[in-house]
Ligand binder design. Structure first.
Ligand SMILES: Cc1cc2nc3c(=O)[nH]c(=O)nc-3n(C[C@H](O)[C@H](O)[C@H](O)COP(=O)(O)OP(=O)(O)OC[C@H]3O[C@@H](n4cnc5c(N)ncnc54)[C@H](O)[C@@H]3O)c2cc1C
Length: 504
């Protein structure tokens, strides 16, 4: 494969984004490209980002990582979904579980049959038909692609891991593939006077590193794309108003849940992420409605184990960079924008940007359409995830605090409004343009937060009642039977991927 004009690639930043980019690009193109990564120990990394979604398995396997070894190295655990508490109303609980819900019959999606059964008084709970939810609820896990002797999909999993250890693990692999790492703080960026392209970066010690192409993984600073190239930022705080998180690691509680917990409070929400050696905890909040002291005290009072460090606050502004590729530079990770960590999508966005960059790797000469296509695709990805996250805030009946009142009453993007209305009127959900979240994801969050359809697909009435009852009963029996045979997550980890005592 030829690499067009690019022979020397410089990655600025050694957080999750930088090392993910370095490792995959070096694995795929290390022989044609000379890759350098610059990171500053003095600046450090953001140090959060511990929950993922299932496509990360594709990324890890593209790198050739062995899943058990990766989990040992990162103190990882398994994640089957996210449990949302107090979101639709105080006291409510539901899960956005990965994987399918029930099984489509013919051309009609499962929820229509379930909605009909509900209307007739025997549908049970939607999550009776989610294998992931039922396993998660009982803290069980095993790798199972299919439920044996059935047509039903098995467990669909992602991971919780220590983000710092993940970056360290990837670094080892990337350096093995030939990436040169330079430690030092960049103090200057030189642009070519004619083209406006980045020519080089200068470090504090005077060292100059030049390159043909640059990847900005410098975190919220956005050193190249934002600062040097002046690409603006589209602010989404009108829809996603939280602007701070207090984070603190703590000892694990008594259970090892195979899911993330997201517990809503008066002006935001709290995460609990169980790792092998500790739990990651944080409270995301909106500083217009809550002080840092109050947010910290809510967090510390709701830990399941002793805190292991002092809490620290991370300010952020939700939104996206106006362009993700400009001149001879792309940005990814926090330098490209930040949505809420609510659905654990940031690491996924990094992964997608790397894969897209590989797919659209610049050839010889100027290729403006290629750049436009990249910007359009990454922009769409950001916007569709944004809509999904706004749904969680907006679809609530909470009126107990000014923050929730504001979220309920805010005007939402038309794209989201249309999706909600269609579901409310017809029970229908369509995944638009291969967007990240599936119909099953939208279904769980909409129903879980109290949006109830007025109707279902008329074809769902075509099945005799006895047959529908039997169908639902069989699905539930298969799922319950299979869950009963799964080991606990604790036992599964102990048998397969327990980290050595000193791995952290
Ligand atoms: C509160 C919070 C919770 C989150 N939770 C999740 C989650 O559960 N799941 C998820 O997928 N994502 C989550 N994220 C996002 C996730 O943390 C990031 O997407 C991920 O860590 C990538 O960060 P990064 O590499 O872009 O930036 P950083 O980790 O900030 O790394 C920036 C790098 O750039 C370097 N750098 C910066 N300036 C210079 C300079 N002048 N010279 C040299 N080097 C420089 C730094 O040294 C560092 O190496 C969360 C984010 C926040 C804020």
């Amino acid at each position: 494969m030829q690499t067009g004009n690019i022979k020397k690639l410089v990655i600025v930043g050694g957080g999750t984004a930088g090392w993910m980019a370095a490792s995959l690009l070096a694995k795929l193109m290390g022989r044609q490209l000379d890759i350098t990564l610059i990171e500053s120990d003095d600046i450090g990394t953001v140090g959060v980002g511990e929950a993922t979604i299932p496509p990360i398995q594709i990324f890890n396997s593209a790198l050739g990582l062995n899943e058990d070894e990766f989990l040992k190295a990162t103190m990882g655990t398994f994640k089957l979904g996210i449990q949302f508490e107090n979101w639709g109303a105080v006291g409510d609980k539901y899960m956005h579980a990965f994987g399918p819900i029930g099984r489509q019959l013919g051309m009609v999606p499962f929820q229509h049959y379930w909605l009909r059964a509900k209307a007739e008084g025997y549908g049970g709970d939607l999550w009776d038909f989610s294998f992931n939810y039922q396993a998660g609820k009982q803290d069980r896990f095993a790798r199972l692609k299919q439920i044996p002797n059935s047509p039903l999909e098995g467990i669909v999993h992602a991971f919780h891991f220590d983000a710092g250890l993940y970056a360290r693990y990837l670094r080892k692999g990337a350096e093995g593939f030939g990436v040169e790492r330079i430690e030092g703080m960049i103090t200057d960026v030189s642009l070519d006077g004619q083209s406006g392209n980045i020519q080089s970066v200068t470090l504090k010690d005077g060292k100059v590193v030049d390159g043909d192409f640059f990847i900005d993984c410098s975190g919220f600073r956005s050193l190249l794309m934002g600062q040097a190239l002046g690409v603006g930022y589209t602010d989404w705080t009108g829809w996603l108003p939280c602007d701070r998180a207090v984070a603190v690691p703590a000892e694990n509680g008594p259970r090892m849940r195979p899911y993330t917990q997201s517990i809503a409070h008066a002006a935001g929400w709290q995460w609990r992420i169980p790792l092998q050696h500790r739990a990651g905890n944080g409270h995301v909040f909106c500083s217009d409605y809550m002080s840092e002291d109050e947010a910290t005290s809510i967090l510390l009072n709701s830990l399941e184990g002793k805190p292991l460090a002092d809490p620290r606050t991370i300010p952020f502004r939700t939104g996206r960079r106006e362009k993700f590729w400009h001149k001879n530079c792309i940005c990814m990770g926090l330098s490209s924008g930040f949505l809420e960590p609510l659905e654990s999508t940031s690491i996924h966005l990094i992964q997608n940007s790397i894969v897209r960059f590989v797919q659209m790797f610049p050839g010889l000469g100027e290729q403006p359409t290629n750049v436009d296509e990249y910007n359009q695709q990454v922009g769409f990805e950001f916007e569709s995830i944004r809509d999904f996250i706004i749904l969680h805030y907006n679809a609530t009946s909470r009126t107990d605090s000014p923050f929730w009142q504001r979220c309920r009453e805010m005007e939402i993007p038309e794209s989201l409004q249309q999706k909600i209305e269609l579901f409310r009127e017809t029970g229908r959900i369509f995944r638009f343009n291969n967007e990240l979240f599936s119909e099953a994801g939208w279904l769980q969050v909409m129903l879980g937060q109290g949006i109830t359809p007025k109707a279902y697909h008329p074809m769902a009435d075509g099945l005799e009642e006895a047959k529908l009852r039997e169908y639902l009963h069989n699905l539930k029996t298969i799922i319950d039977g299979a869950v009963g045979k799964l080991p606990s997550q604790k036992d599964f980890i102990a048998a397969n991927c327990s980290a050595p005592e000193n791995a952290g």
